[in-house]
Write a new protein. Structure first.
Length: 322
């Protein structure tokens, strides 16, 4: 009897999580919308400068596609390190098409779609899953650290919260931790540990070529390039709506990564919906009026989606190499 009830219990849990996630995402968005409506008159009173510029917007969308290209190469190099192979073009098709499933609650459908698509190239489901586990852990670690670096560009946020010596040492600590994460992922012992852990969880034998430090260093570098390019694209997106000084670029790079990290770890909502916008609005509000920050955080979701659709269009428009 218990075996018969187990599938229903799992199904009920998934349905409950989907409902709760949608409710939470809706509540956060409604709250942000309410604050936006109540404070919008402050924008006119503050004399905020709106200067829409189409060129930075177009460039930002192009950079979103370039950033996803760096992500594709980071993931592809991990697959190669596991003993499989496919071309960059094929990887880009799989990446952009599976990206469309990220908006389903649970953050697992993208991986499931990738696992099904890469079988065409002889990549086993075990290696497909393992490559995504390694890539996701790497990307989230770098995004989280970049998000923490937001405190470096806004040290005033730490004043009065932490002692002055701790605040002064924060930049050095974050840089050292950042370097340790990149080097740590490249170490052969780390790669072997991830393979062994996945094999234990999946209860399957995973056979991978002997890892090397040089080969393991490539995915972290491409992942870092992805976050930096994505951050520059976000800066240009905001700059296309209201002028920004160039010295604020590091802040926008770090806040973009930090907001994504917060949205991802809140796996209960579809693609971090609501949580990412809330975190982004809080950080943007340290540079822009609150209602403007909220509006930009909401529009940024549409901007990101437009960049993903542009990538999908490109991979479909370019003929696949046989």
């Amino acid at each position: 009897m218990s075996e018969l009830k187990m599938p229903n219990a799992k199904r009920n849990f998934r349905n409950a999580r989907r409902i709760i996630g949608s409710a939470l995402a809706g509540a956060v968005l409604v709250f942000l919308g309410r604050v936006l409506a109540q404070t919008w008159d402050q924008v006119a009173a503050s004399g905020f400068n709106w200067e829409f510029d189409l060129l930075p917007l177009i460039v930002s969308l192009g950079l979103l596609v370039v950033a996803r290209g760096f992500a594709v190469e980071a993931w592809r190099r991990i697959v190669i390190a596991l003993g499989a192979y496919f071309e960059f073009g094929f990887g880009a098709r799989v990446w952009f098409l599976s990206n469309l499933t990220r908006y389903i609650p649970g953050n697992v459908w993208q991986v499931a779609t990738m696992m099904a698509l890469v079988e065409e190239k002889g990549v086993s489901k075990t290696n497909a899953l393992l490559s995504q586990v390694i890539y996701t852990a790497l990307a989230l670690a770098i995004a989280g650290l970049l998000g923490l670096m937001f405190l470096l560009v806004r040290p005033d946020l730490l004043s009065g919260v932490l002692p002055a010596p701790v605040t002064a040492a924060a930049p050095l600590v974050i840089v050292l931790v950042f370097s340790a994460v990149i080097i740590g992922f490249a170490l052969p012992i780390t790669q072997r540990a991830l393979v062994a852990l996945t094999a234990r969880v999946m209860r399957r034998q995973v056979v991978a070529p002997p890892p090397t430090f040089a080969r393991g260093l490539v995915p972290p570098i491409f992942s870092l390039l992805m976050w930096l390019t994505n951050g520059v694209a976000f800066f240009l997106f905001v700059h296309s709506i209201t002028p920004l000084p160039l010295d604020q670029l590091p802040a926008f790079v770090t806040m973009n990564a930090g907001a994504y990290w917060i949205g991802y770890v809140s796996f209960i909502t579809p693609s971090g919906l609501g949580f990412r916008e809330g975190a982004l609005a809080l950080m943007l509000a340290t540079f822009l009026p609150t209602p403007v920050a909220i509006a930009l955080s909401l529009v940024a979701r549409l901007w990101t989606t437009a960049g993903e659709l542009l990538g999908v269009t490109l991979v479909w428009a370019i003929p696949a190499r046989q």
